[in-house]
Design a protein around this ligand. Structure first.
Ligand code: FEO
Length: 163
């Protein structure tokens, strides 16, 4: 069964995933203000994905008979100096999440909690994608610049992200 220490770490990870969603919903608010509905949409989809991550951990724990409770979600950054700033924060945040997942994975291996280690492999792969997406968004905005018709077109592209 799941080791107690790992269960506690995973419950904290649920909070971090929900916090990620909170951060991205705040990005969406910012982009709405900036009349970039495509970016706002992209981050609302991302926020839903984060809820999915949280619920994936919740299900894993509950299926293993672990009692799950939630704790308060931390506040988020709200003032950004330009349209690129949230994207940079997003990448830093995903790197932080990757480090957290890796820490749980390494502890699971150390404690020979193979069930949890196996479960976490999906997240390790997912974090690779999350960091790539975050970096891609930065690359795109660096390519088109922070205003003008190219940004308008990029916003349209961001708006096509599927749920
Ligand atoms: Fe759930 Fe974006 O990591």
């Amino acid at each position: 069964m799941i080791k107690k220490e790992i269960a506690e770490m995973l419950i904290k990870q649920i909070n971090l995933e929900l916090h990620s969603g909170y951060i991205y919903m705040e990005f969406a608010n910012y982009y709405e203000e900036k009349n970039l509905p495509g970016f706002a949409h992209w981050y609302m989809v991302q926020a839903k994905e984060e809820l999915g991550h949280a619920m994936r951990i919740r299900t894993f724990l509950i299926d293993a008979g672990v009692k799950v409770t939630y704790s308060p979600i931390a506040d988020t950054e709200k003032d950004f100096k330009d349209v690129k700033a949230p994207l940079i924060s997003g990448l830093k945040h995903e790197q932080h999440i990757t480090a957290s997942i890796n820490k749980i994975y390494e502890k699971a291996l150390e404690l020979k909690d193979h069930l949890s280690a196996n479960f976490l492999q999906w997240f390790i792969e997912e974090q690779g994608e999350e960091e790539t997406n975050a970096q891609n968004n930065i690359d795109k905005i660096e390519l088109v610049g922070s205003s003008g018709s190219a940004l308008y077109l990029l916003d349209k592209e961001m708006g096509r992200r599927e749920d």
